[in-house]
Design a protein around this ligand. Structure first.
Ligand code: NAP
Length: 284
């Protein structure tokens, strides 16, 4: 293997210790950080994600409350709960598990969350802060793409970065987050005329596509940094990324695997957002 492996699990463990220490300091000051998660309906993957957040919060000392509502719940009932959580000063972070039941307007629900408690970084006000360079709550997955590089000693400033994918969750926010890191950014998508032309110029390729192994070794400049945000079902079970890892690792200078890369940081970065939310709410 030519490339250095970007070890998301080790980076997550380091950040987890930082979060634990900060939580302990806040608790000494009488602040008990708390994350509330709302799950509407019975999407099996969402139940697993919510339970995994609960376990992880217990591990760092963040209080956690999961509210489950049946799929038949009306949007008015959901908005009333969010309003109560917005007003509850003991709740510092709010997350709405997606997908919501069919027919429930996701935009209306997500925009009801107080932007200062929006630890998922999906509120338009927080999206706006990414553009203006302000202090907001930013989404965990694009933040993770940057964090795995910075914490591996990879310089982003001045580099040609190509982001493959312009999805709302990862690609689009990442464009401006990478600009804020002073990269020169190109963003590619399904209408890009010659994807490989662009990726081959890149010092940094970030894949956020949702297509298993579509970024292949021949699309990568030798020595480039390859960050894979993808999560796809793998042949024979498990998950794989958007990059053909086995072949790309022979060409890249550094590469993040799936699993064990970008995805390893998401929960701990949401917890970091809970701590940032406490500051934004003027409590610490
Ligand atoms: P999305 O909204 O579906 O966006 C996918 C993007 O990829 C679109 O912009 C699409 O282009 C582009 N694309 C699709 N096929 C392409 C191709 N053949 N060539 C070039 N571009 C192509 O996806 P997302 O929600 O942003 O998620 C992106 C990936 O990140 C997925 O694998 C998802 O599972 C993963 N993800 C990971 C985490 C994590 O915790 N690690 C969290 C969230 C998402 P158009 O805009 O032209 O359609």
């Amino acid at each position: 293997m030519a490339a250095t492996l970007i070890d998301g699990k080790a980076i997550a463990a380091t950040i987890r210790e930082e979060v634990k220490a900060e939580v302990a300091q806040l608790r000494e000051k009488g602040i008990a950080p708390k994350l509330n998660v709302l799950l509407v309906g019975d999407d099996p993957a969402s139940v697993v994600y919510a339970r995994s957040k609960e376990k992880s919060c217990a591990n760092v000392g963040i209080d956690f409350e999961l509210k489950t509502m049946p799929g038949s719940t009306t949007i008015e009932e959901v908005l009333a709960l969010i309003d109560a959580w917005n007003k509850d000063t003991s709740v510092h972070g709010i997350m709405i598990e997606l997908p919501l039941p069919k027919g429930m307007d996701k935009k209306v629900v997500l925009e009801a969350v107080d932007p200062k408690k929006d630890v998922d970084g999906s509120h338009p006000i927080n999206r706006g802060y990414i553009l203006s360079g302000g202090e907001g709550l930013f989404p965990a997955t694009p933040q993770s793409c940057i964090e795995v590089m910075l914490r591996s000693g990879i310089e982003i400033k001045g580099k040609n970065a190509v982001i493959v994918g312009r999805g709302e969750t990862v690609g689009k926010p990442l464009v401006f987050m990478m600009l804020n890191q002073n990269a020169t950014v190109t963003v590619c998508h399904t209408k890009t005329a010659d994807l490989a032309y662009h990726t081959k110029q890149a010092d940094i390729v970030i894949a956020a596509v949702g297509r298993a192994k579509m970024v292949t070794a021949d699309m990568i400049k030798p020595g480039a940094v390859v960050v894979d945000a993808g999560i796809n079902p793998a042949e024979g079970g498990g998950i794989c990324g958007d990059v053909d890892f086995e072949n790309a690792k022979e060409v890249a200078g550094a590469i993040s695997p799936v699993p064990g890369g970008v995805g390893s940081l998401t929960t701990v970065l949401i917890q970091k957002n809970v701590l940032k939310a406490i500051k934004l709410q003027g409590l610490a």
